[in-house]
Design a protein around this ligand. Sequence first.
Ligand SMILES: [Zn+2]
Length: 262
Amino acid sequence: MADSRYLLRFDDICPTMNWAVWEAIEAHLAASRVKPILAVVPDNRDPKLMVDPPRADFWERVRRWQAQGYCIAIHGYQHRYVNREAGMLGLNPQSEFAGLPREEQEDKLRKGLAIFAEQGVRADAWVAPSHSFDRVTVELLAGLGVTVISDGLWPRPFTEAGGITWVPQQLWDFQPKPAGVWTVCNHHNHWTPERLERFAASLRAYAPRLTDVPAVLREYTGRRLTLADRWRGFSEFVWTHRILGPIWSARRRMRERRAVAG
Ligand SMILES: [Zn+2]
């Protein structure tokens, strides 16, 4: 773990998320003084993210998180997938944005940002539902003043010619990694008490290596993507998402089938 740094990210933050689990997480975050990225859905319409009744004070909480220094990202518009496009990162074949005409994408982004503005919340970054968006989305984001994207499998952040800074997101659980900036993405809606405990234990173990978006931007804004970054991003994609990923999901399906049969 030589020079590795870790960022924490929580997706699918919306008024109807799992509040009991969230509050436990928030207590752990406060105790270890971590400032995560929270990916907030402006106008959630995805039934999968409707776990608890909506909290009336949701936006007040978002404003408080932002004031505390949490990085508040805009997580799509309604979290509603309209096609089977995997977009430029090629991770999941479903999208709210990728492959759509520019006007349609712009309309969704503007509506999402208008909700943030109405609620007095700044979009510090962009987090696409299912990691699926395309070059058009990136251009539109730059034009709308959202210049940080949390996504991609490269080992370090960098700024591209159009002025967008990519803060990569490569992990879905803590694990020892070599030098680099590693974002661990979490989806807490269906966490069990065991999963929560594992998170708390990892948080304690990795606390000295945790950083936050402002610190990362101070260090990396303006850095260019290197050939070595490209190569490592590509191998991560092939190895984890094209070789190990299918094996893991096949094993999970088999376990589930066995559980149903038993
Ligand atoms: Zn999501």
